[in-house]
Design a protein around this ligand. Structure first.
Ligand SMILES: O=P(O)(O)OC[C@H]1O[C@H](OP(=O)(O)OP(=O)(O)O)[C@H](O)[C@@H]1O
Ligand SMILES: O=c1cc[nH]c(=O)[nH]1
Ligand SMILES: [Mg+2]
Length: 209
């Protein structure tokens, strides 16, 4: 699928396997989400624009590349996406952070938006939307619709686990965005949870139940 990267890196696979284990506690879960976001971000941000700047080394003056401008925005989908923010900010500390609040209705599984605050203006920025779980795709699709409504153009979506149904739907609705997936799982169950998945990412990150 064009614009879709599914990571097959052993470090990412190993960390996701520990996340899946129901015995993994909140502290370790959070730490792993953070590390996976950083590893995925390293690849997802490989096309950030750079410009040559003059630097004086102890030996001589040279022109050497640095990230151009301060043009990145990270947009977590609340709550679970929050767990991925610090891993991405470790790579690009000057990034702005927007927030989109969504929860899935338990009956219909449709996303309900309850909050949206984005850096303004957003049109010139590379925007990394993050959420560990891409299940039906509804939350990611609505969040990206909202970002596009605010003028966002260069959008990437990063998740840790995706269901085939959600990945296909997101790609169909937003073929222009780049999608990064840590692991592609088998299917959704009747409650629209990802199988085998890792359970409810928000609850596992924040220790709620
Ligand atoms: O692809 P979808 O079918 O839309 O499902 C994925 C969404 O569900 C989860 O959020 P949840 O509604 O549990 O909210 P939370 O992060 O506050 O726990 C997850 O973090 C995604 O945002
Ligand atoms: O498996 C799933 C599906 C949606 N949200 C989650 O946190 N987990
Ligand atoms: Mg949840």
């Amino acid at each position: 699928m064009e614009n879709v990267t599914i990571f097959e890196h052993p470090l990412i696979q190993h960390k996701i396997s520990i996340l899946r284990d129901k015995r993994t506690g909140t502290n370790e879960f959070r730490q792993l989400v953070d590390e996976i976001a950083m590893l995925e971000g390293f690849v997802a941000l490989s096309d950030l624009p750079v410009e040559d700047v003059e630097v004086e080394t102890p030996i001589e003056t040279c022109m050497t590349p640095m990230i151009a401008g301060r043009k990145l925005a990270v947009v977590p989908i609340l709550r679970a996406g929050l767990g991925m923010v610090s891993g991405i900010l470790a790579l690009v500390p000057s990034a702005k952070v927007g927030h989109i609040g969504m929860y899935r209705d338990e009956e219909t599984h449709e996303p309900q938006e309850y909050y949206c605050k984005l850096p303004d203006p957003i049109a010139e920025r590379t925007i990394v939307v993050c959420d560990p779980m891409l299940a039906t795709g509804g939350s990611a699709i609505d969040a990206i619709n909202q970002i596009k409504k605010h003028g966002g153009k260069n959008i990437k979506f990063m998740c840790i686990i995706a269901a085939p149904e959600g990945l296909e739907r997101l790609h169909r609705e937003h073929p222009d965005i780049q999608i990064y997936v840590g692991a592609l799982d088998r299917q959704l169950n009747e409650n629209a949870y990802i199988c085998p998945g890792l359970g409810d990412a928000g609850d596992r990150i924040f220790g709620t139940k």
